[in-house]
Design a protein around this ligand. Structure first.
Ligand code: G4P
Ligand code: NA
Ligand code: NA
Length: 194
């Protein structure tokens, strides 16, 4: 998606050979116009899939997920990372290990908001090692919902998540794929336009 790639080129900061900082439009400040276009693009790619629900994870997945839900006219559910006071029973949970943070966390979704009647589109902001997406897949599976695909804003193609998920047969649609962050430069995979 050209608009997103331009935004990354203009505002992304390469923190290391594996981490891209995009606080100006995604992880701290949010660019609503850009997010609206991202929602339209995900909706375009998945419009014929019979999606009934968007599933994401707090916090940075919520903005693109809401914009996609708005376009597809379906509710948006976000997995919680922390135990909620009011959310204690009847949870679908998954453990996710972050290689970046070297810690395991438990994420959860109430069984009120996802069921076997759902066809779910998973949305997230970054795809690195794929552990967050796999956790969302596990939650959808525990709910016996079907999974139409996984929409990612920024995939780091040099990490394992993309091949892991595609290798398991999931349709992964990434709006920008980064091949390398070496030498302080962001290089993108050639875009395929549908
Ligand atoms: P994985 O799920 O793909 O295995 O990723 P990983 O554990 O490495 O990611 C941990 C957190 O870091 C996630 O956010 C993820 O979105 C984010 N992340 C991973 N790589 C990058 C990167 O290059 N740049 C940026 N900006 N973020 C990255 P989180 O901690 O769950 O937080 P939140 O921002 O969603 O609240
Ligand atoms: Na994040
Ligand atoms: Na995220």
């Amino acid at each position: 998606m050209e608009l997103l790639i331009e935004k990354i080129k203009n505002e992304g900061i390469v923190l290391s050979s594996s981490v891209l900082k995009v606080d100006s439009f995604l992880n701290h400040q949010i660019d609503p116009q850009l997010m609206a276009e991202i929602g339209k693009e995900f909706a375009r790619r998945f419009e014929d899939c019979g999606i009934t629900k968007i599933l994401t994870i707090e916090s940075s997945g919520i903005a693109p997920a809401v914009m996609t839900g708005l376009q597809l006219n379906v509710p948006v559910v976000f997995a919680r990372k922390r135990k909620s006071l009011t959310l204690v029973n009847n949870l679908f949970t998954a453990s996710i290990y972050s290689f970046t943070k070297e810690e395991t966390s438990e994420i959860s979704v109430s069984n009120q908001y996802i069921s076997e009647n759902d066809k779910v589109l998973i949305i997230d902001d970054f795809l690195a090692n794929g552990q967050a997406a796999l956790g969302l897949v596990e939650i959808a599976s525990k709910a016996k919902a079907s999974i139409a695909g996984i929409g990612i804003m920024i995939e780091k193609g040099f990490q394992d998540g993309g091949s892991l998920l595609r290798g398991q047969g999931y349709r992964v649609e990434s709006l920008a794929i980064i091949n390398s962050l070496e030498d302080g430069l962001v290089s993108f995979e050639q875009q395929t336009t549908e």
